[in-house]
Structures are given as C-alpha cells and as structure tokens.
Ligand binder design. Structure first.
Ligand SMILES: [Zn+2]
Length: 224
C-alpha cells in the first residue's frame, strides 16, 4: 500500500507538500509496492502530529529519519531467509545422538497488533537424526523470525518448522517466554505478566519424559 493513496499525509502537518509528493514519486523500485524511505518518514511525521506534537519543532526534526532507521533494524528479518541459514549441515558428529539445545536466546520482537516490542528469551532444542547445524545458526533463525512483525505463537511455530524442514531431526522443541509491552504499558497494564509459548514435534511431542527434560534444561536445572 502506498501511503497517501487515501490520505494525504502532508495535510496532517500542513508542510512539505511539494517535497512529500515528489518523494512519493521517486520510489527506489517502481515494481515494488513498498513505500520509499521518504514516504515512510512522512508517515512518521503524520503519527507525531496525530499524537499531538509538532513535527517541525527542533527536537523532532530528525525523528522521522531515526524512526525509519530503527525500523530498518527492527524489521531486518524480512530481508533474510532462515532456511538459508540452516543449509550448511554437518554429518560427522561421531555418533552423537542426544539433544542439542540452545538456552536463553534473546528475543527482541514486535507484536503485529500494536507494533509494540515484546522481549524475552527462547530455548530451542532438537534431537538430531543424521546431521547437525552450527549452533549459532539456530540463534540466527530465532533472530530472523523475531525481526519481523509477529505474534509469539506464530514465531514459536515458525522456528520449529524451519528447523524441522532443514534438518529433518527426530524432533524439535521451542519454548519462548516474553513480556509484551502492548500489555505492560497500555490496555490492561499488567507489567509483570509474561507469555509462554511452546512447540514440540516428533520425539518431544511423543515423549513426556523428554519434554520434561527439555523444560528442566530450559529452566536452568541442567547442571550449568
Ligand atoms: Zn500487541
């Protein structure tokens, strides 16, 4: 969607009318529906004005640029392919056939309903069949999915599915515990509530004992 199709964003602050229109025409990729950087900055000005402030005051002049730069980081996951990260696998593991687990992977994501941050940790494990992947790649997969607009439930399922598809392991377990700022700073305002989501496939789904072992390891009782 191109901003300005239905709403003239420059009306909101009554400035930069010509500049904004010219910028809207100068799209980086004419075949893409993706708005230009200038259009994105206009949209930020609109939100600032709508919040009740004056986007032309000194303190806010560079804010649209900063917000767009922040969006580039926060949503960098759209430009990355989690499956590509998992392509390089290793088969020589000297018969290792037990759980491979990454604990306390930092999750910094944004909810797709409010574009508010949700922050927490992920624990990801798989039971290899024939191959393993470099452990940093698992953390990278979590990061790629986190750097998109998400629900925690979807992200949990996506991480498990990507590992299933790439490694065809005997099972995958994903556990995410996060605090959603859309819940802690607005709406019901419950600052201390965290949300836990899990996904178990294969042997983790079939075996309660294995699931419990995973959860014990996730909670740090694994002898660290
Ligand atoms: Zn939300």
């Amino acid at each position: 969607m191109a901003l300005g199709d239905d709403v003239d964003v420059s009306d909101a602050n009554g400035r930069a009318d010509k500049g904004a229109r010219a910028a809207r025409k100068a799209k980086p990729d004419e075949n893409s529906n993706r708005p230009s950087r200038e259009e994105a900055m206009d949209a930020v000005r609109t939100l600032l004005a709508w919040a009740g402030d004056d986007p032309s005051r000194e303190g806010l002049l560079d804010t649209p640029k900063r917000v767009v730069d922040a969006y580039t980081e926060w949503f960098s996951g759209y430009g990355a392919d989690p499956r590509a990260e998992l392509q390089r696998t290793f088969e020589d593991v000297s018969g290792y056939d037990d759980i491979v687990m990454l604990r306390d992977i930092q999750v910094q994501s944004h909810c797709e309903h409010h574009v508010a941050p949700f922050l927490g940790t992920a624990h990801v494990a798989y039971m290899p069949r024939n191959r393993v992947v470099g452990i940093s790649k698992i953390a990278r997969v979590v990061e790629i999915f986190a750097k998109r607009l998400q629900t925690q439930e979807t992200m949990t399922a996506q991480i498990a599915q990507a590992i299933c598809d790439a490694l065809e392991p005997r099972g995958v377990a994903v556990y995410i515990d996060a605090v959603h700022q859309c819940m802690s700073t607005r709406g019901v305002r419950h600052p201390d509530v965290s949300t836990i989501t899990t996904r178990f496939t294969g042997v983790f789904k079939d075996s309660a004992e294995l699931r419990e072992r995973f959860l014990r390891l996730a909670q740090g009782a694994g002898g660290r």
